[in-house]
Design a protein around this ligand. Structure first.
Ligand SMILES: Cc1ncc(COP(=O)(O)O)c(C=O)c1O
Length: 338
């Protein structure tokens, strides 16, 4: 038995999801004629209360399309220094959009309205034009931390006052909503664009959806083609996404409980230092004294438990639907005996 905690992207489709994929009605989505893709896009838009949606192959592509659609070359994007769009998308902001980033030192991946306001460049021919604010909820590198809705509204207000667009990297937005008892429409009301992932905690094998108004999605659809993301009979994949949306959101609460239980076991050990407060599905823990992050990972591997060092002193574990309650008991037993 392998216990995979390296990421929630390791999930494999269950039998029912595979059956839904197998039965999907398909067509050529580049021609707009795949009924299952169209259905996924309208379900997603209806959930968030946005006008339109676009099925994309990955979260990286949907973030990058959004950034390209909202900006002009030479402009500046404001985000937390731990943002996925900034540190984990291969320099895509520079490569695809010819923009630069003003990275802010937030609180576990989260920035606030005052920081955003202070980061906006005044009109000055020497300075890039600030045109977009991007936030991530939950924050991956922030250990699954969540924004409070009021804080997002305050950032939105600053964006409106200064005529900036506001993008949400919602790869794990479902985890944030479950943790804070929110609904998708609250997010749809705030953001100019939202990227949601179906292939993280929701368990689909592939796929993200980009949400926004009709003009934005029209532009995004063209950019998806330019980026090579126009897919043909993508309904087989969209069917997995629809299954994920219909079946796998409410159960995320269990992943959060699992993360907290394992976090409690870690907190009792002398070789564990600071644990980032566990709000959702992710644990980031500091490893000290007689273990290093690497030797901790190696030890767990001997018990077929896989997690990753994210720095020389920190490990990360991510809980998801392929981690069962009995696996959690095994993880706790192994940690307790160390
Ligand atoms: C916060 C966040 N945004 C975007 C992505 C990119 O998603 P993908 O791997 O589908 O490109 C990830 C991937 O883990 C992520 O954690």
């Amino acid at each position: 038995m392998t216990i995979e905690l390296r990421s929630d992207t390791f999930t494999k489709p269950c039998e029912h999801m595979l059956a839904a994929m197998f039965k999907a009605q398909v067509g050529d989505d580049v021609f707009g004629e795949d009924p299952t893709v169209n259905q996924l896009e309208s379900i997603s838009a209806a959930l968030f209360g946005t006008d339109a949606a676009l099925f994309c192959p990955s979260g990286t592509m949907s973030n990058q399309i959004a950034i390209k659609a909202h900006t002009q070359p030479g402009e500046e994007i404001i985000c937390d220094q731990l943002s996925h769009v900034y540190i984990y998308e291969g320099g895509g902001i520079a490569f695809n959009s010819s923009c630069q980033v003003k990275p802010l030192e937030g609180n576990r991946g989260r920035i606030n309205a005052a920081q955003v306001e202070a980061a906006i460049n005044p009109y000055d021919i020497h300075k890039p034009i600030s045109s977009l604010v991007s936030v991530e909820n939950t924050s991956n590198r922030g250990g699954g931390s969540c924004y409070q809705m009021e804080d997002l509204k305050a950032i939105k207000k600053v964006c409106q006052q200064h005529d900036l667009k506001f993008h949400l990297d919602g790869a794990r937005i479902w985890n944030a909503m479950i943790a804070n008892n929110e609904n998708p429409k609250q997010y749809g009301e705030i953001f100019d664009s939202i990227s949601i992932c179906l292939s993280k905690g929701l368990g689909a094998p592939i796929g993200s959806v980009l949400l926004g108004n009709v003009d934005f999605i029209k532009k995004a659809r063209r950019l998806r083609k330019v980026f090579g993301g126009g897919m043909r009979q993508a309904g087989y994949l969209a069917a997995a996404g629809i299954y994920a949306l219909e079946n796998n959101i409410n159960r995320l609460e269990l992943d959060h409980q699992h993360a907290k239980s394992v976090g409690n076991a870690l907190a009792k050990k002398s070789f564990v230092g600071k644990i980032t407060p566990i709000e959702t599905s992710i644990i980031i823990a500091e490893i000290i004294n007689n273990y290093t992050a690497q030797s901790f990972v190696e030890h767990l591997k001997k018990h077929h438990i896989y997690c990753i060092p994210i720095s020389s002193t920190q490990i990360r574990m991510v809980f998801h639907l392929d981690v069962t309650p009995s696996m959690v008991e095994t993880i706790i037993a192994v940690i307790t005996e160390m």
